[in-house]
Design a protein around this ligand. Structure first.
Ligand code: MG
Length: 464
């Protein structure tokens, strides 16, 4: 017994001697795949994001878990496909029509991400991290669902989309400005982020910086106005680029770059029907609100000098659902005691040339419907809603045929999902259909009226 005590002490000392990395998650809103220079932007200049990629890793098959806001953010926070955490669809506003019809949370809602779910902030907080949420939350704006109830020590931001009314700015749970002046908002969030980083630089911290931009209505500070060759939308992106540069400069100035992982990505694809106020996804097909690649494949950059090799890229399939298990692994934190859909990407981040995707298949959910599955370079999309029912179709050229047929695309040759090759590859269709059926039996599928077997409840719908 006497000999065991020093050994236990040594083990504990070793485990705590290694400093877990700081983690900064930068999440923009409705930024398209082609709205970053190194992802193919034409008129918009993003020198700071391009430099971040040159010093880090570019992920070119990185997916959000939904083509719209609330479900996408639920997946990021929990490491699960949205239906698993009850965050696929939301009740309608009318008491007479309590069925699930709303695609995101609106100001009238009294529901939110269930407090019983374990967020990435809670995972890291339990490991001793200081945690801050700055920006858009959109996982419930009632006091019991706000970030400070879900693992964050502090919160500053608009609790939902910046086009919703009223549009308050909250500090923790208190409204400090309503309606918030949105022109300087990106600058204000950036200053708050830098203040947090500076104040926490000596111990591990987790910062979730979820910008309101470039979701409409677009806003920029005056000094960024009329500067971009990409128009007003370009001004907004170039301001986000500036903001990211300010964050990276702060980390370098403090000398903590080897201790700080920064991940940059967006919650869903560009809102194309906003015309010049929407972003760009080319060569991907379609945008926000669709499960075509343009709706869910996001620009993603991971940066951690001395750990993630500089100037690398990977086309391995990965997504926001993977970030909770990845951060947990890098931090030495304990995973939530429940089923997750995400996988640990730490090997892919640290050895991008050698590592492969941890996903045999990736699933594209919209609402409570399973609309597509990708395995390798094959993507099978299922017959979905009529074009006339697509809520984001305004101002877009109609695509009636493609929207109602099941199709197989080879993304290695056809990243724009233009040519259905299902007739030539029935065995691939059968294999992906079998995978999809397995997922339907797990998480349900409104398209085929399959009931979910393993979904956990939306917060506020059951007694707690
Ligand atoms: Mg969004």
């Amino acid at each position: 017994m006497m000999r065991l005590i020093p050994l236990i002490f040594l083990l504990r000392a070793t485990a705590f001697a290694e400093r877990p990395p700081n983690i900064i998650m930068i999440f923009t809103d409705d930024q398209g795949y082609a709205d970053v220079g190194c992802f193919g932007a034409e008129n918009i200049k993003t020198p700071r994001l391009d430099a971040m990629a040159a010093e880090g890793l570019r992920l070119t098959s990185f997916y959000s878990a939904s083509p719209i806001c609330s479900p996408s953010r639920a997946a990021l926070m929990t490491g699960c496909y949205p239906p698993r955490v009850g965050m696929g669809l939301y009740p309608s506003s009318s008491q007479k029509r309590p069925e699930l019809t709303a695609q995101v949370l609106f100001p009238y809602h009294t529901v939110g991400l269930n407090r019983d779910e374990v967020t990435m902030a809670e995972v890291l907080k339990a490991r001793g991290y200081a945690t801050a949420c700055i920006g858009k939350w959109h996982l419930g704006h009632q006091p019991e669902f706000l970030p400070t109830e879900q693992g964050f020590d502090s919160y500053l931001g608009i609790p939902y989309s910046n086009d919703m009314v009223p549009t308050p700015l909250l500090r923790d749970k208190e409204t400090i400005e309503e309606p918030v002046d949105q022109d300087p908002l990106t600058e204000r969030y950036t200053a708050a982020a830098i203040e947090f980083i500076e104040s926490q630089k000596d111990a591990p911290f987790f910062l979730y910086l979820a910008h309101a931009m470039p979701h409409v209505p677009l806003h920029v500070s005056d000094r960024f106005r009329d500067k971009s060759a990409g128009g007003f939308y370009g001004d907004v992106i170039e301001m986000l680029d500036w903001s990211t540069g300010e964050i990276l400069d702060t980390i370098k100035r403090l000398g903590i770059e080897q201790d700080t992982l920064v991940v940059f990505t967006s919650d869903n694809g560009p809102w194309l029907s906003q015309g010049e106020h929407g972003g760009h996804a080319k060569p991907l097909r379609a945008g926000k609100g669709t499960t075509y690649e343009g709706g869910m494949r996001e620009p993603c950059i991971a940066w951690w000098p001395g750990h993630i090799p500089a100037g690398t890229a990977t086309d391995a399939v990965a997504g926001t659902i993977d970030l909770l298990p990845t951060f947990a692994a890098l931090a030495g934190a304990t995973l939530p005691d429940r089923t997750l859909d995400g996988r640990d990407l730490s090997n892919l981040l640290l050895h991008p040339d050698a590592a492969e995707t941890p996903h045999e298949a990736y699933y594209y959910f919209k609402g409570l419907g399973l609309e597509a599955v990708r395995s390798g370079d094959w993507k099978l999309v299922f017959k979905r809603q009529q074009w006339e029912e697509y809520p984001y179709r305004r101002n877009l050229p109609p695509e009636p045929d493609a929207w109602v047929e099941t199709a197989l695309y080879d993304l290695s040759a056809d990243i724009g999902e233009a040519t259905d090759v299902s007739a030539a590859h029935p065995e691939v269709v059968a294999r992906l259909e079998a995978m999809a059926q397995g997922m339907r039996e797990d998480l349900g599928d409104s398209r085929t009226e399959t009931v979910c077997a393993n979904c956990r409840p939306l917060g506020g719908t059951t007694p707690e």
